[in-house]
Design a protein around this ligand. Structure first.
Ligand SMILES: Nc1ncnc2c1ncn2[C@@H]1O[C@H](COP(=O)(O)OP(=O)(O)O)[C@@H](O)[C@H]1O
Ligand SMILES: [Mg+2]
Length: 271
């Protein structure tokens, strides 16, 4: 379970409140879509969940249901150790690093604007994040096939098109079979054929691996195909948190919910 507890994030020295004490939980195996207009704080929230960004206030807890609250407890201990070490300038012991790495390996994150150092090729990253023997790895070869990156991985990524980089970054996010997968506008900018293919691929993956899936999307059809719950953000707060089934019975479709939501948003602006 992921517990997002009173998370607050501001920019511009506190002048811009992007996330205003947000709290919710995501259960193991659940698939959630985080929705909201441009600038609503979706990417910021995902980056905080993935641990790439630190909130000013509040925390994200990962609770392993098999080990109950053990990881959670260990994490708080780790944080205490971190603080103490910071004070005394001591380095973390191996064991403590391992625990943190273990957790990080369980989260796969497809960054919205994944950028790699100049001259990096896909195959360099496969060697680094995957395994040196990826050429004979069945799973990785299947991914190369699905994402159609056979040629792309040989090129320097900065010479690949946006859509090509996006496909490759997405492949990387699942290369280590994460338990928690975060996809930030995965299909935005991809051609329709690829959009349909990837939506179906992740639908199957979700079913077969029972991963926890968190997506951001502006495409209602993608949300309906991949998510069972929607969290809609507005002005730094949760405006709506409901199951896709409930939303469909109230609004007929996710598209209709969003149509009404954005219509009421522009009414607010006119006032
Ligand atoms: N590093 C940053 N410095 C200043 N403002 C930022 C930074 N990152 C994001 N923001 C601002 O925070 C708001 C939310 O950004 P983001 O989470 O990327 O929105 P979304 O993904 O919902 O479109 C935006 O107004 C954005 O301009
Ligand atoms: Mg974003």
């Amino acid at each position: 379970m992921i517990k997002i507890d009173q998370v607050k994030k501001t920019f511009n020295r506190g002048k811009k409140i992007v996330l205003d004490n947000i709290s919710f939980q995501i259960n193991d195996g659940e698939s959630v879509a985080i929705l909201g207009g441009n600038g609503a704080g979706k990417t910021t929230l995902l980056e905080i969940i993935a641990g790439v960004l630190t909130p000013e206030d509040g925390r994200v807890y990962f609770v392993d249901s098999e080990n109950d609250s053990k990881i959670n407890k260990n994490l708080s201990e780790l944080e205490e150790v971190n603080i103490k070490n910071k004070q005394s300038n001591k380095k973390l012991k191996n064991k403590e690093w391992l625990l943190k790495e273990d957790l990080e390996k369980n989260v796969g994150f497809q960054f919205q604007n994944g950028k790699w150092p100049f001259n990096t090729r896909g195959i360099d990253l496969l060697n680094f994040f995957g395994t040196k023997n990826w050429k004979s790895n069945e799973y990785i070869n299947m991914l190369i096939d699905v994402f159609e990156v056979n040629e792309i991985i040989k090129k320097r990524l900065n010479k690949c098109s946006g859509g090509e980089q996006q496909r490759f970054n997405c492949l990387l996010s699942i290369i280590n079979k994460p338990k928690i997968l975060i996809l930030d506008e995965l299909i935005t900018g991809l051609d329709l054929k690829m959009q349909i293919k990837l939506i179906n691929f992740f639908k199957e993956l979700k079913k077969s691996e029972n991963i926890t899936l968190i997506i951001v999307s502006h495409v209602p059809e993608e949300v309906e195909a991949l998510s069972e719950r929607i969290i809609l953000l507005r002005e730094g707060r949760i405006y709506l948190d409901d199951s896709v089934d409930n939303i469909k019975s109230k609004y007929k479709s996710v598209r209709e919910l969003l149509t009404q939501f954005y219509a009421s948003e522009s009414e607010n602006y006119e006032k």
